[in-house]
Every structure is written in structure tokens, then in C-alpha cells.
Design a protein around this ligand. Structure first.
Ligand code: AMP
Length: 252
């Protein structure tokens, strides 16, 4: 009896530590972006590039019960996602060496500040990957597998939605095409081009906690879009578009 009390006393802190280390997020966002800048490895295929695979809470933590239309600014103040969960685990190129070719194609940096994709992957790993409950290899492999399973460019093209300097598209037709092509509703984020017109910037697809399967997005998002938006062709210059999401673009 005495022995079992001692054993429980010894094991409890261990169990608590294991529980504390598991990040309690609810789903991932797989975020794909249309960018303005080439990485050092050259012009990417003219399609969406991965921005990140981001663990997310279904409800922001500081206001229990509030699951309305969530605005980007509000999201930042309230802690709507975990980040920087383990600063002691920098990304190792060795761990992802077999994925680098695919990452260069599908997850290139489109930042106008740095053309080095490894810096981008390291940043995304530190900020989001360390909260994912996945190892480095599995984290990047999961994002690549999801992207290749659902080719957004092809899905939109099938619906007659192709990059253009002049045409605009109903936001609802982009949203419907993605829902039909992938089977799940995504969230859309827009920014402005140099002439102030609203263009599609990022697509947020929702993914289950394992990182394997798409789900319907549990949260709507106010992504600064209008009824009609442009789908810009990839031009690849290094000038920043006038974007109300410029912080997001510069960080990624
Ligand atoms: P990042 O490149 O990861 O720094 O993200 C760029 C921007 O996206 C940030 O400044 C945030 O506004 C937004 N963001 C980052 N993580 C999330 C998330 N999990 N859910 C929604 N928005 C996010």
C-alpha cells in the first residue's frame, strides 16, 4: 500500500509534464498564398505556394464562448492560436533533406525581404511547427501531401477562374469552386494590388489535428475581400504590393 502511494506520487508529476507538453489546438490551417517575389531558387510555378501549416484554436482563449466573425486584428490580441512552443528545437536541414526539392517547388518563400526558402521554413517551423505535435519531417511532409492532393490552381481553372490582369471574379464563385473541388469549405483572404484593387491573397484550408485530412473550416474569417476580386498572374517582381496584410506578407 505504502509502495503504491509512493509510486503514484512519483508518477503524477511525470504525467502532468507529458500532458503539458502536448499542444491543445483544435485544427490546422493549411495556408496557401499568391506571392509577388521570386525566391533565390528562381521563379516558382505560377500557382499557389504554401505559406504554412498553422495549429489553431476553434475558440479564442481570452473570451470563452465568442465564436463570431473573427477579425484579424482581434485574433492577434486574443490568442487564437499557439505559437513558438519550443524554441530549443530549430529546424534541421538534415531532418527534411529528402523533402527539399518538393519544398522548393511547393513552399518557396515569396517574401520580398529574403529570397532564402530555408529561412522561411525555419521561421514557420519555430512559430507554428513546434506547436503541431508533429516531428519536423512529418510536419513538412503533411503540408506537402495536402497541397498535392488538392491542386487549387487546377480546381479554379476547371471552374473557369484563371489568373488575369483584367478580369475580376465573384468571391462566391472562387469559394464554391474550392468547396466543390476539395469537398470542404475554405476561408479566403484578400489584399490590394498596386492600383488599389482587391485581389485574392491567401486560401485557408482547414485540416484535422493529425494533419492528414481536410475538414470544413470551423471558424469564418473576415479576410478583407469584396464581392468581386482579382486573381493576379504571378509576375514575380520584388516590389511590395500595397497590401493591408503587408505584415503577413513580409513575415512569410
Ligand atoms: P506567419 O507567416 O506565420 O508569421 O503569419 C503571418 C500572419 O498570419 C500573422 O501576422 C498573423 O496575422 C496571421 N496568422 C499567423 N498564424 C495564424 C493562425 N494560426 N491563424 C490565423 N492567422 C494566423
Amino acid at each position: 500500500m505504502r509502495l503504491s502511494v509512493v509510486a503514484v506520487a512519483l508518477l503524477l508529476p511525470l504525467a502532468a509534464a507529458v500532458l503539458a507538453s502536448a499542444e491543445q489546438f483544435d485544427f490546422f490551417y493549411l495556408v496557401q498564398q499568391q506571392g509577388c517575389c521570386f525566391p533565390d531558387s528562381g521563379k516558382p510555378a505560377a500557382e499557389f505556394g504554401i505559406h504554412g501549416l498553422w495549429p489553431n484554436y476553434a475558440q479564442c482563449r481570452s473570451s470563452a464562448g465568442e465564436v463570431g466573425l473573427v477579425d484579424m486584428g482581434v485574433m492577434r490580441r486574443k490568442k487564437c492560436w499557439p505559437e513558438y512552443c519550443d524554441d530549443g528545437k530549430p529546424l534541421s536541414l538534415w531532418e527534411i533533406k529528402d523533402l527539399v526539392k518538393q519544398l522548393d517547388q511547393s513552399w518557396p518563400t515569396l517574401s520580398c525581404k529574403s529570397g532564402k526558402s530555408m529561412e522561411f521554413w525555419s521561421y514557420e517551423w519555430r512559430k507554428h511547427g513546434t506547436c503541431s505535435d508533429l516531428g519536423q519531417h512529418d510536419y513538412f511532409a503533411a503540408a506537402l501531401a495536402l497541397k498535392s492532393r488538392h491542386n487549387l490552381t487546377a480546381i479554379l481553372a476547371d471552374a473557369g477562374i484563371v489568373p488575369s490582369d483584367d478580369d475580376t471574379y465573384f468571391l462566391s464563385s472562387i469559394s464554391d469552386a474550392i468547396a466543390e473541388g476539395t469537398g470542404f469549405k475554405a476561408n479566403l483572404e484578400c489584399n490590394r494590388d498596386k492600383s488599389g484593387e482587391t485581389q485574392l491573397f491567401q486560401v485557408y484550408q482547414c485540416v484535422d489535428r493529425s494533419g492528414n485530412s481536410l475538414i470544413d473550416c470551423p471558424l469564418p474569417m473576415q479576410g478583407k475581400c469584396r464581392d468581386r476580386v482579382k486573381l493576379p498572374p504571378f509576375v514575380g517582381d520584388r516590389e511590395l504590393a500595397v497590401a493591408d496584410t503587408s505584415a503577413a506578407r513580409a513575415a512569410g
